[in-house]
Design a protein around this ligand. Structure first.
Ligand code: ADP
Length: 578
């Protein structure tokens, strides 16, 4: 299921790490959100700039439109007034107006009043309106203004609905001054407000925008917003306009409306020579609102990218980890397989070696036994006529044959131990007797190395369960080491003791002792404490290792106490059998 091809493993090495993925994610998120934020705020600024530009153009248009309209109205009433003052009769005015009627698209009607504010003529040029008796305009602001004002100043009133027509108009009013300078009445043109503001609806300047014509006396003449005409006649002395206007006839400022509380960008322009200022208010909320949707979409996209990024990284991370695990698993499998093969090979080689050793040892033992037998006969003097010198040589050859036999036997034993083929024949036996017999049987070592084997404490009737031959082999081995390493003439003391269910055989010598740093390995195979010394004394480093195996197979322990330069006591213990 997790099988991994070589290709895949190679690919795996080129896979990015998880930290790299997280870094990539962080970069993606940072770039996405920074870009979104930057683009959005840039767009907002651009939109505000565009709005300001648009508002300015609009204000220019508004001002020029109002100026043209009022100029037309003013020119018309001035012409009418001139004719009236020249001829002094309403009839000549009527004739003029019939001949050159005012534009009904711009003006609703022309009215002339006498010095008492009583209308004398209300005309559209083509039609004359009947004047109800008793009507007068003495209480109207424009009348009061022009009556009090001696100069020829134009006055524009706040918009209001006509009493008869119901039309919303502003009155552009001039006084009529007699040749003697006396106030003779006034004349006004009623300018249609919808015509003045006809651009407003089509301009799409936003639901919260407004267009205002405000008088220099700070009173609103006309104002239109989405709600219609509102704020007309209101005094707006708190407007920043009055701070800005003295600086320049045209400009802009930001302020919250006094009329409806909406924050706007206000752009203004003085209307020609009229005592009016045209003001366009553009609400920030409108400008930014159009961006709201775009911004929402953009942030949603950024969010989506972030989520996709997160999900991708999550799955990529899983895939990487999974692939890594697969690779690891595969590598482990491969190394396990390699180990198995190596083990099998080693086992095969070992088996071959064991087989060879067993065969070689066997093949060596047979001739060795025969040589030993022959030498024995010669040394024992079974053959006559052998000189003493020859006998000595034969004795040396005999000892060497013994060594060779022991070596072959040791190698064979070691092999058997390793392959688990060393067989034991357990019986109940007396350890004290076994040791005594072993010492006697191996007294040859004492002779060979010029030492004496002495018995120390020998606890009689110390019974153990064991293989007599193998235990004898251990004792012989310890004796041979003790004899080998003790100085000539010294004693090797052998004791058999029993204590708390444990039998103990000790063999103490006065040899060189075992240095502490070597004591750990002394029972290892092929270990010799001092190779040069041991080589001189002979030996292979197998004896203690074989002895240890044998004793442990008996459930006992083997060890030594040693003082370097003073001597060693090798011992083994066995459980006492009852
Ligand atoms: P060997 O055949 O070399 O004697 P052993 O396994 O019997 O092999 O002993 C291993 C080594 O332990 C010896 O070569 C020797 O260096 C050290 N050794 C064993 N017995 C003694 C001892 N009684 N005194 C000093 N060294 C000893």
């Amino acid at each position: 299921m997790f099988a991994l091809t070589g290709d895949k493993a190679a690919r795996n090495r080129h896979l990015p790490g998880v930290p790299f993925l997280l870094l990539a994610l962080a970069v993606l998120l940072a770039v996405t959100w920074t870009a979104t934020y930057t683009i959005t705020s840039r767009e907002e600024n651009a939109a505000l700039e565009a709005t300001a530009f648009h508002a300015q153009r609009l204000t220019e248009f508004f001002e020029s439109h109002a100026n043209t309209t009022f100029q037309y109205a003013d020119d018309y009433i001035k012409a009418v007034r001139r004719i009236y003052l020249r001829d002094g009769t309403l009839e000549s005015v009527r004739q003029f107006m019939a001949a050159v009627p005012p534009s009904t698209a711009i003006l609703s009607h022309i009215t002339m009043m006498d010095a008492n504010g009583v209308p004398k003529l209300i005309s559209t040029g083509k039609k004359e309106r009947k004047i109800k008796p008793g009507t007068h305009a003495r209480d109207r602001d424009y009348f009061k203004f022009q009556k009090a004002n001696t100069a020829d100043t134009v006055y524009i009133s706040s918009a209001r609905k006509g009493r008869n027509t119901g039309l919303l108009t502003v009155r552009l009013v001039r006084r009529i001054t007699a040749a003697d300078g006396k106030f003779k009445g006034l004349i006004f043109a009623a300018v249609k407000v919808p015509q003045l503001l006809n651009f407003f609806e089509s301009m799409r300047i936003g639901g919260n925008s407004s267009a205002t014509l405000v008088g220099l006396d700070k009173r609103i003449r006309i104002r239109q917003s989405q709600k219609g005409f509102d704020g007309i006649g209101k005094t707006v002395s708190q407007s920043k306009l009055w701070e800005e206007l003295p600086k320049s006839d045209t400009g802009s400022y930001r302020q919250t409306s006094i009329v409806d509380g909406v924050t706007r960008l206000w752009t203004y322009r003085k209307v020609g020579d009229f005592p009016l200022v045209a003001v366009i208010g553009t609400a920030y909320v409108d400008t930014l609102m159009t961006l709201d949707d775009v911004r929402a979409v953009r942030y949603a996209v950024a969010g989506l990218i972030s989520v996709i990024g997160l999900v991708l990284v999550f799955f990529a991370r899983r895939a990487i980890i999974h692939t890594r695990l697969e690779t690891e698993l595969e590598e482990r499998r491969r190394s396990e397989a390699e180990l198995r093969t190596a083990k099998e090979e080693a086992e095969r080689a070992n088996a071959a070696k064991s087989e060879f050793l067993a065969l070689a040892s066997h093949e060596l033992r047979t001739p060795l036994t025969s040589i030993k037998g022959s030498l024995g006969l010669l040394v024992d003097g079974a053959v006559e006529g052998i000189s003493e010198k020859s006998k000595e040589i034969l004795a040396i050859a005999n000892r060497n044959t013994d060594r060779l036999t022991r070596l072959v036997n040791d190698i064979l034993d070691m092999e058997r131990i390793e392959t688990g083929k060393l067989e034991y024949n357990f019986t109940s036996l007396r350890l004290d007797n076994l040791v005594t017999e072993a010492v006697v049987a191996n007294s040859g070592y004492a002779e060979e190395y010029g030492v004496k084997f002495l018995f120390g404490k020998m606890d009689a009737d110390t019974r153990v369960r064991g293989d007599g031959d193998r235990l004898t082999q251990v004792v012989a081995n310890l004796l041979s080491n003790a004899a080998k390493f003790s100085p000539v003439g010294d004693n090797v003391e052998i004791t058999v003791t029993r204590n708390n269910g444990t039998a103990r055989v000790s063999i103490a010598d006065t040899g060189p002792g075992i240095p502490a740093d070597r004591s750990e390995h002394i029972f290892d195979k092929f270990t010799q404490v001092d190779a040069s010394n041991s080589r001189a004394k002979g030996g292979t480093g197998l004896g203690l290792n074989i002895s240890k195996s044998i004793i442990e197979e008996h459930g006992g322990t083997i060890g030594f106490d040693s003082e370097f330069g003073v001597g060693s006591t090798f011992f083994f213990t066995l459980p006492v059998a009852h």
